[in-house]
Design a protein. Structure first.
Length: 242
């Protein structure tokens, strides 16, 4: 899969993406990340890409031409699916991550200052995406969140599909609590069922524990699920026991 990221601060993006799992995936050629500096397409020798707002207002707005020309520089025979990271967009969730992972070429545009002239957004952007209901100083952090989350869905980035299929949000719920050695720590013991070797019982325990974790920490997620009365009894019984 190919990512093209249009940004005023490519170093900020590369410093994150060249590390750890994503960095190894790039080095192996599993994913391709192309960073395009919007300032290289400035209309003047000073690298200026912004101007004041029509109608007044504080701050500066990124102009159409530098964004459009930087976008045209990465368009080949087929237009990439293009995302503008913006607090106005739909909030990113795992369903959207999976959807984006099926694209051949994903272009992510990072705004800065007061954002980007709406005319160029309307012309080239397929979708606006937000990573949360808050405002950042620029789109770079949001862009690496998208690349990181989407890349994990690409075959070969993680050791196997189990590394992500059983995680929080993949099934619409949070992941069950996880434990490692020592078996007893500060008087707290790993649940007996997780060490008894009965995989079917372990899977069922984790399924109910996942639902319980979701009920306690993100009850809003349960509203989108159909949970049987039998499972509700197991959730509540498990909650009482713990």
């Amino acid at each position: 899969m190919k990512f093209s990221i249009l940004t005023l601060f490519p170093e900020q993006v590369s410093n994150f993406l060249n590390q750890s799992i994503i960095g190894r995936a790039i080095n192996k050629g599993i994913i391709d990340v192309n960073l395009v500096n919007i300032r290289d397409f400035a209309l003047n020798e000073y690298g200026k890409v912004d101007d004041t707002l029509y109608g007044g207002g504080t701050g500066m707005l990124m102009q159409c031409d530098p964004v459009y020309d930087s976008f045209q520089s990465i368009v080949g025979d087929k237009k990439p699916y293009t995302v503008y990271v913006s607090p106005k967009g739909n909030v990113l969730n795992q369903k959207k991550v999976v959807e984006l992972s099926k694209k051949e070429h994903l272009c992510i545009i990072c705004g800065h200052y007061e954002g980007i002239d709406s005319r160029v957004i309307d012309e080239i952007v397929d979708e606006e995406i937000s990573i949360g209901d808050y405002v950042l100083t620029g789109g770079e952090i949001a862009s690496v969140v998208i690349v990181d989350s989407v890349s994990r869905m690409i075959e070969g980035v993680l050791p196997n599909s189990d590394a992500y299929t059983n995680e929080s949000h993949m099934a619409g719920t949070l992941e069950a609590p996880q434990y490692t050695k020592p078996r007893v720590w500060h008087g707290k013991q790993v649940p007996e069922i997780l060490v008894n070797g009965n995989q079917a019982a372990i899977d069922e325990y984790n399924r109910i524990a996942s639902l319980r974790e979701t009920m306690e920490k993100r009850p809003d997620l349960l509203e989108k699920l159909e949970i049987s009365s039998e499972d509700w009894q197991k959730i509540l019984a498990n909650k009482i026991q713990n």
